[in-house]
Design a protein around this ligand. Structure first.
Ligand code: SF4
Length: 110
C-alpha cells in the first residue's frame, strides 16, 4: 500500500532534482536574476523547503538541516544579481531569493 505523503514528497523531491539538473541550461544572467519577483516565505513550495529570506534567524535546533553560516549566496543553485540582494534560484523557478536566505535544498558550491 502506498502512502500519499511519501508519494507527494518523492514527486516533489524529484522535481527539485530535475530543476537542479536543468539549471545550467536555464541559468539567467545576473541582470535577469535581479528583475525577478521576490519569493514569499508563504509560497507553498517555499514553505515545503523551509525557505526564509534571513538565514541568521534560523534556530539550528529547530532546523537540523541548517549548517551555521550557510546561505543562498553560497549555494550552487543561486545566481547572484547584478545589483541588490535578490537573485535567481534553481529550486524556485521564476522567483528571486535573498542571498542572505536559506532553504533545505541548499547545496554548497563545489
Ligand atoms: S539555499 Fe539554495 S536552493 Fe535554497 S533558496 Fe537559497 S539558493 Fe535556493
Amino acid at each position: 500500500m502506498s502512502h500519499p505523503v511519501s508519494s507527494d514528497r518523492r514527486r516533489f523531491l524529484s522535481r527539485i532534482a530535475l530543476g537542479a539538473a536543468a539549471l545550467p541550461l536555464l541559468r539567467l544572467t545576473s541582470a535577469q536574476a535581479a528583475d525577478l519577483p521576490h519569493l514569499s516565505p508563504d509560497d507553498p513550495t517555499a514553505k515545503a523547503l523551509g525557505y526564509t529570506p534571513d538565514a541568521s534567524k534560523i534556530d539550528p535546533k529547530k532546523e537540523p538541516a541548517f549548517k551555521t553560516g550557510s546561505h543562498c549566496g553560497g549555494c550552487a543553485l543561486f545566481t547572484a544579481p547584478a545589483s541588490g540582494d535578490f537573485g535567481a534560484c534553481g529550486a524556485f523557478s521564476g522567483k528571486a531569493v535573498n542571498q542572505g536566505g536559506w532553504c533545505r535544498a541548499y547545496a554548497a558550491k563545489a
